[in-house]
Structure formats: structure tokens, C-alpha cells
Design a protein around this ligand. Structure first.
Ligand code: ARG
Ligand code: ASP
Length: 719
């Protein structure tokens, strides 16, 4: 009996915490996770996913514009990613006459595909473990406080030395990079190939690509066709080259087959992409810090700002357009912070981490390894010592720098003052361009001084309520001295008297520039004071960096040593990873269950012609009424839109290909549910879901809605 219990206990201990947890390194997949993937249904060999020698699925996946993922879907370099990932490019090509954001865009021939200066995509050619090499090099480092072990500059120089000049020179577009993993306990070198001629091929209208907008963002059930289409171009030899008319579509090493078979609950699903950042190795003190400082400040301050913004947006359609992108950016991180704190509480992450720490301390004690308990003590002290500074920095950042736009007025006025003093005409006109440019930025198409003023009044009052006077930027003393503490009067004063306050003020200054006006300008003094405070806080906080990095590295090392048998994936760091799981719905609350798949039915249910977020284009309604779904419909005749899966994804995974057990493309990842964002700290098997647009909806929109069916001819569709 005892034996059985022991065996059982051993079996339970060796079970992974949650089967779907993890963002895995492709080069380690075979020994780490391949067997488990097969158990869940994968039909491919490990080499089909990743092979150092032959072409494999990883060769069809690119890092898109540094922050998203995209996948190659044809032998002519056609790329799929999200609408929100291509948003900047779509916006840049849009004019009032050709508003591609509103109406969508489809290049009807290759000549009409639109170039995007600055946009690049990167393939990962090779992934190598270079831990021994880096550690040997680091031994030459004699400075005990050196942070070379995490320094991108230092590590990339090592990478260049390893690859050799000749290799880099003979291979256009090729670069190498060494990245630290597990806080600097392991190192991988990535050989990358970057293409910089990437053209826009197509995008649905925002009423499809951004359907549900901010209200639906981070939520399931979802009904967004969040995709856009690009194409990679290369020179005649297939090499990366800057944009040129003579460039030709890239013939890639690998492109994905596309499945028309669809997905069902519990089907195997995996995605390859470039997740940005997770915090799996947080200590309990950092969880508390994140919850009570970072997230709490963000939630409080953004709520305030968004309320003012939304009020103004609802009153005036002109303001709504000007502020919609800012509003969206603000709520995106705001909703994420709410979900993060919800999960921290709901799953008691602090307690979970505390137990992990206690476990480590006990194990280290038994093993006589004092460095790990020491690292924990150091962490606790660092987090406690930086508490006040961190709170002040977050308040300044969220409460003022990111929310009051005139706080970004140029703060360096010395050169201009010099030119005014010297009465040097050419120099003066050159220097005047600085405030002029800044002023024009304030007057540009996504700003309103009236709205900024209202936001500033709300934010400043809240900031002053929460931060003691002695810890505020020095110039804020004026508020008590001259305005009896009334922040509204102070803000009015800034606008009335600053050269940036109004056209009249700016023009007066421009026609008769004076050093006195510049030096006494209240808005410039305000901005200067904030910049100084920001710098001082940052510098003070940087004082903790070396000790923090060293304690974190040691803590992670201890955990890895203690849990040798367990596979601990490294935190996401924008390097290529694979995550797998199943298509699955979830129960958000008692007695409620969300299905794993949404359909066009739901788009129609959400339709609201009065609300820009939920307008449904007429053509889509016609297709719906006629049930003209072609070969893209489900077996029971419905049009699939999105599905949810247990894959462990995060920001940066947007645009990632979602593949079935045969490695065929079944969807494009674009979001997570808000109940799942806490997975950046600790995976939540029962709550966390990736939100994925069904590839059949993507093809349906291209073919039936946009009449761009010709693009499907270059894809390999599997019925
Ligand atoms: N929440 C997703 C992400 O973090 C989508 C953001 C874009 N969509 C939006 N409505 N803001 O990137
Ligand atoms: N929407 C995110 C992105 O753009 C994905 C996520 O956070 O799950 O990468």
C-alpha cells in the first residue's frame, strides 16, 4: 500500500502543471515536448516543425515589423498577419479620397501592391545554443558589477565575432544576435534574414478587420476578421534588397498549406510566433509590486483620462476621430492591467510564488547552497527599497507624461535663446523651427488643446491628491504659491501665457522672439520640471539594476536546479517560440459556458448601425442573407468567424499562424481573453484562451466579400 502511494505521489509530482503551458524553443522541442504533442494528436515528425538542416514549418513564419508575427502562404511570398499589425501601413496609404481604413484595400495586380518604407520582416535561419561560448567569454570580465551578461551590445558583438565578418558580408540581409535566457543562465544565437521590401496586398474594411473595436478588445466571444495581406519582395537572386520597382516576389523556402476542414472542440492546435515578454520567474514580491503599483496606478490613472476623452469623443464626432487611436492604445493596456490583477487575486499568485520560494529555500538549505536563499533575501529587499521611487515614477509616467500631451513641450531652449540674444537671423530661423515643429505637432490632426486641457485638469488634481507635495516636480510648488492649490487655475494659466497655449501666443512670440518670454514660459517650465523629475527617478531606480539582475539570475538558476526533471520554459523575449494546446471554450463564471467557435450569426447579433464599433457593411449582410458562404462554411451550413484555443500566447503573438495536427493553417492568432492575460505571470489552464480568426472567414472575406479570389489561386488549399 505504501509503495503504491509513493508511486502515485511520484507520478503526480512528475505530471506537468498544465499540459498547455509554455512557450517552447523550437530547437529543444524534440526532446522537451514532442511526445506530449503527439499524445494530443500531432501527426507530424519533430523535423517537420523544426530542422536545423532541411526546410521546416518554422521557415514559413516571420517576425513582422518587430512587434507582430506573420506567415508565408504562397510560393510567391504572400504573407498573412493581423489587421491591427498592418494598421500603420494601411493608415499611411489612406487619404480622404482613398480611405483604405474605412473601405479596405485590394491590389488587383502585383503592380498595384503598395510599398512600405521602414517595414521589414525577419526569418530565423538558425538557432544555436551558445551558452558555453558566452560563459567562457564572460569569464574574461573582471568587473564584479558588470552587466555584460545581459547587455545586447556586448552579446551581439560576441555573435558577430562568432559568425565572422565574411559570413555577414557575403549574405545580404543576414544578421546574428545572441540573446540571454533564464535571466542570463543560458544563451542562444539567432541567425536572421531580414527583407525590407514588403508590400501591402490587401486589407478588409475596419468594420470587419476591427469589428467590435475597443469594446470587444480582449474579450471572447469575438467576431473580428482581424487580418491583412502583404507580400515579400526580393532582388532577382532572391536576396533581401531595399525597395526597387525591379524587385520580384520572394520564392520562399517554405509556405503553409491552408486547411478548409475547420476546427472542432478539443482539436490539437499549435502556433509559432514571436511572443514579447512574460514574467514566469517573478517572485512573490514582484507580483505584489506589479499588482499594487504598476497595474493599480495604470488602472486608476487611465480610467480617469479615458473618462474625460470618451466624454469629449461622444460629444463631438470630430474629436472622436482625432482621439480614437489614442483611446484604443490607452484602453488596450488598461484592460490588460485589469485582467492581470483579476488573475493575481483569483489564483492567489502571490501565495503560489511564496510557496515556490519556500520550497527553494528548504531545498537549498538541505543541499547547503546558501546563494539561493541569499538571492531571495536580496530580491525582497530590492523590491521593498524601490517601492516609493517606483510608485512615484509610475504616477508621473501614467498620470502626466503619457496623458498630458503638452507635458512633452520641448524643454531645451538654450540654443534658441542664444540665437535671439545674438540677433543672428539665419540661426534664429533655424532654431525657431524647434518650437514651431513642436507647436505644429500640437496642432495636428489627432490633437485638441481643449481636450488636452480637460485631461490635464483631471490628471493633475489626482496626481496632487496622491503624491505628497515634497515628492512632486519642483515647479508644481507654483500651484500652491500662486493659485492657492487650484490646479484648474494653474492649467488655464499655462494655456493663457505660454507660447504653446494658442495660435495667437505662438505667432506673437514668433514675430518678436524674446529670451525672457522663453525663459519664463510656464508650459516650458512645467515640462522641464517634469522631465527633470522623470530623469531623477529613473536614475535612482537604475541604482537597483545590477543587484536585481544578479539576484534574479541566481533565483532562476536555483529553480531550474531544484526542478531539474521539470521542463521550465524561458520567459518570452521576442524570440521564436511554439505553443500548443487544444481548441476549447471555457466557463467565465458560474453556470456560463462559452463555446470555442463563433459564427457570422454573432456579427449580426452585435450589429449596431449607430455605433461605429459595431457597424456591419451592407455587402456582408447580403452574403449572410443569401447564405453565400461557398466552400468556406461549416458542415451545418454556418460561416465560422473566430475560435478559442488553450495555447499559451502573449503580446507579439498577434499574426501567428495557428496550425492543425497536420501542420496546415487553420487560423491567425490576434488576441487573448481578458481572463487570460494573467498568464503572462502564471498560465491559467481553465481561463486562458488565445483568440484566433478562422482561416475560412479570412478566405471568405477575400473571395466573396472583396472579390480578391485571385489571391486564393496562389495558395495551396486542402479540402
Ligand atoms: N488586444 C490585442 C493586442 O494586445 C489587440 C489590440 C488591437 N485592437 C484594439 N482594438 N486596440 O494587441
Ligand atoms: N493582441 C496581442 C498582440 O498584438 C496578442 C496578445 O496579447 O495575446 O500581440
Amino acid at each position: 500500500m505504501k509503495k503504491i502511494i509513493l508511486l502515485l505521489a511520484a507520478a503526480i509530482l512528475s505530471l506537468p502543471v498544465a499540459a498547455d503551458e509554455g512557450m517552447w524553443m523550437l530547437s529543444l522541442l524534440k526532446q522537451q515536448k514532442y511526445a506530449d504533442m503527439q499524445r494530443l494528436g500531432l501527426n507530424l515528425s519533430a523535423e517537420d516543425l523544426y530542422s536545423p538542416d532541411a526546410s521546416s514549418l518554422k521557415d514559413a513564419v516571420v517576425h513582422f515589423d518587430g512587434g507582430c508575427t506573420a506567415e508565408v502562404v504562397s510560393s510567391a511570398g504572400l504573407l498573412l498577419t493581423n489587421h491591427h499589425c498592418g494598421y500603420d501601413q494601411i493608415q499611411q496609404h489612406s487619404t480622404v479620397e482613398n480611405d483604405y481604413l474605412t473601405n479596405g484595400f485590394w491590389a488587383t495586380s502585383r503592380e498595384k501592391e503598395l510599398p512600405n518604407p521602414g517595414l521589414a520582416v525577419t526569418f530565423i535561419e538558425a538557432i544555436d545554443d551558445v551558452t558555453d561560448y558566452v560563459k567562457k567569454e564572460l569569464e574574461k570580465d573582471t568587473d564584479p558589477n558588470s552587466m555584460n551578461y545581459l547587455s545586447p551590445l556586448y552579446l551581439n558583438n560576441l555573435a558577430k565575432a562568432k559568425a565572422g565578418e565574411a559570413f555577414l558580408q557575403n549574405n545580404p540581409g543576414m544578421s546574428v544576435e545572441i540573446r540571454a535566457f533564464y535571466g542570463g543562465n543560458q544563451y542562444y544565437m539567432f541567425t536572421k534574414k531580414t527583407y525590407s521590401d514588403v508590400r501591402l496586398v490587401g486589407a478588409p474594411p475596419s468594420s470587419i478587420g476591427k469589428f467590435g473595436a475597443d469594446t470587444d478588445n480582449w474579450t471572447w466571444p469575438r467576431h473580428t476578421g482581424d487580418f491583412s495581406v502583404f507580400r515579400i519582395y526580393a532582388d532577382a537572386n532572391g536576396n533581401p534588397a531595399p525597395y526597387a520597382e525591379t524587385n520580384v516576389p520572394l520564392h520562399p523556402k517554405k509556405w503553409l498549406k491552408i486547411s478548409l476542414k475547420g476546427v472542432g472542440e478539443n482539436d490539437f492546435a499549435m502556433m509559432i510566433g514571436f511572443p514579447g515578454a512574460t514574467k514566469k520567474y517573478y517572485t512573490s514580491w514582484e507580483v505584489e509590486e506589479r499588482r499594487n503599483i504598476d497595474n493599480a496606478v495604470r488602472i486608476n490613472m487611465r480610467e480617469l483620462r479615458q473618462r474625460v476623452m470618451l466624454d469629449e469623443m461622444l460629444k463631438d464626432p470630430e474629436i472622436r476621430i482625432r482621439y480614437s487611436a489614442k483611446y484604443a492604445a490607452s484602453t488596450n493596456a488598461y484592460k490588460n492591467a485589469i485582467g492581470s490583477n483579476w488573475a493575481i487575486d483569483k489564483r492567489n499568485f502571490e501565495q503560489v510564488k511564496r510557496e515556490e520560494q519556500e520550497h527553494l529555500a528548504a531545498w537549498a538549505k538541505a543541499a547547503g547552497k546558501t546563494e539561493y536563499p541569499d538571492a531571495l533575501k536580496a530580491m525582497e529587499k530590492i523590491v521593498s527599497d524601490r517601492k516609493d521611487l517606483r510608485y512615484r515614477l509610475w504616477m508621473l509616467d501614467e498620470g502626466i507624461m503619457r496623458s498630458i500631451e503638452f507635458a512633452q513641450a520641448p524643454v531645451k531652449t538654450d540654443d534658441l535663446a542664444e540665437a535671439i540674444k545674438n540677433k543672428d537671423k539665419t540661426e534664429l530661423s533655424k532654431q525657431l523651427a524647434v518650437p514651431e515643429t513642436a507647436y505644429r505637432r500640437f496642432a495636428d490632426k489627432d490633437y485638441s488643446p481643449e481636450v488636452d486641457k480637460k485631461i490635464a485638469k483631471a490628471m493633475l488634481a489626482e496626481y496632487r491628491r496622491l503624491i505628497p507635495a515634497t515628492s512632486q516636480p519642483a515647479y508644481f510648488a507654483e500651484i500652491d504659491k500662486r493659485f492657492k492649490g487650484n490646479t484648474d487655475l494653474f492649467i488655464d494659466h499655462l494655456f493663457d501665457n505660454s507660447i504653446y497655449g494658442s495660435d495667437a501666443n505662438f505667432n506673437r512670440f514668433k514675430s518678436r522672439p524674446s529670451v525672457k518670454a522663453l525663459k519664463e514660459d510656464p508650459m516650458i517650465l512645467f515640462a522641464q520640471s517634469i522631465a527633470e523629475e522623470y530623469k531623477a527617478l529613473n536614475q535612482a531606480l537604475q541604482g537597483f539594476n545590477a543587484a536585481y539582475a544578479s539576484a534574479h539570475r541566481s533565483y532562476v538558476k536555483g529553480l531550474l536546479e531544484m526542478e531539474k526533471g521539470k521542463m521550465n520554459f524561458p520567459d518570452a523575449n521576442s524570440t521564436m517560440r511554439l505553443t500548443y494546446g487544444q481548441v476549447k471554450g471555457y466557463a467565465p463564471r458560474d453556470a456560463v459556458y462559452y463555446n470555442a467557435q463563433t459564427t457570422l450569426e454573432g456579427v449580426m447579433e452585435k450589429e449596431d448601425p449607430e455605433n461605429w464599433e459595431f457597424v456591419v457593411p451592407e455587402k456582408l449582410k447580403e452574403l449572410y442573407r443569401a447564405k453565400d458562404f461557398g466552400r468556406y462554411q461549416t458542415a451545418d451550413g454556418r460561416m465560422p468567424v473566430a475560435f478559442a484555443a488553450t495555447t499559451h500566447s502573449t503580446g507579439g503573438n498577434s499574426g501567428s499562424p495557428v496550425l492543425n495536427a497536420d501542420g496546415e493553417l487553420v487560423g491567425i492568432n490576434f488576441d487573448r481573453n481578458w481572463e487570460g492575460v494573467g498568464g503572462d505571470i502564471q498560465y491559467l489552464p481553465d481561463y486562458q484562451r488565445s483568440i484566433i480568426v478562422d482561416i475560412r472567414y479570412v478566405l471568405f472575406i477575400m473571395d466573396k466579400y472583396a472579390g480578391a479570389g485571385y489571391l486564393l489561386n496562389e495558395m495551396e488549399l486542402v479540402e
